[in-house]
Design a protein around this ligand. Sequence first.
Ligand SMILES: [Fe+2]
Ligand SMILES: [Fe+2]
Length: 370
Amino acid sequence: MKTQPNILVVDDEQGPRESLKMILRNDYLIFTAKNGWEALDIIHYETIDLVTLDLKMPGMQGTELLKEIRDFNSDIEVIIITGCGTLKTATEAIRSGVSDYILKPFDVAEMRSVIKRSIEKKSLNKKQKILISELENILLEEKKNQDDILTSEKNNTVVLIDLIRETLKYSIHNKFQRDDTYYLEFIKVLANTLEGQDRYTRGHSDRVNYYSNLIAQKLLFTSHEIEELQIAAFLHDIGKLGIAKDILVKEDELTDTERHILRQHPEKGVELIGPLRVSPNIIAAVRNHHESFDGSGYPDHLKGEEIPMLARIIAVADTVDAMKSERPYRKDLSMDEIKGEFKRASGIQFDPMLIKIILQILDEEKNFIS
Ligand SMILES: [Fe+2]
Ligand SMILES: [Fe+2]
């Protein structure tokens, strides 16, 4: 008999806690907690698949608990349920990698489908992670028997590229993976696997996707254009899978050679996704997301509107995330510093039209925060 997934409902109010239990108990095994400490206790002793989390609780706040859950086990899906939604809480939730975000009072059907989707996503992620590690073992074994001339660093890079190629080939030929939703989910797993290596970049493509989306909405993109942008945002740094890990996680300044290698990631990305049935707009966005508006970027030194629109948007969204994130060598920048940097780089690194839009978005975000 298939065991039911375990869900933990965390809410300080008895009403919502009990009603969620009622709604879900036919399909899942439900645990409940009325505060953060109770929740952490349960998470330590039971195998929890998904947590529904009330953000506003006395004592340990929801955001704090979310961080604790992430630190304990990043595979647990988390759905935020709150009565006080602002752009700030939504941004924070997305930055911490929650699966979904629902406002109280919740709709029963919506709640059921959001939870079902998250549980399916979790089991798919698990299958794909197993697949990735199996392939990694096979390829590592093969490589061991081959060229000993390669340095270990280069060996890792070769293995990774082979691994991704094989994995993607497998996913295309496997009927189960043909569905585009699964394909996008698969790409997210790859991106998360890559970013998971480094605590400073964890969730990077999720956040780039989030800011790209806000820009696209201001530009009144069609749903098809938004979908292409979404895939491109998730894939933009996928080429880093082909770059040696020590360069990616290096805390000191890179040497010229290392910088040269790192700058190959857009081309390596295209190499990885080239064989797939991905639209040329997505491929161009991956290749050109490090071009500068004045032509000083890479790899093609494109200028102004020669740079594909999706690539120009991702370049801006990428920089928002970089500036908002703490790095080993500096703290995250304040909102005024971020805006100042963007104003200075308008027309030089970035499209001035997009700078106007991102400044507007940041102003809106600031209003919610203050
Ligand atoms: Fe990049
Ligand atoms: Fe990036």
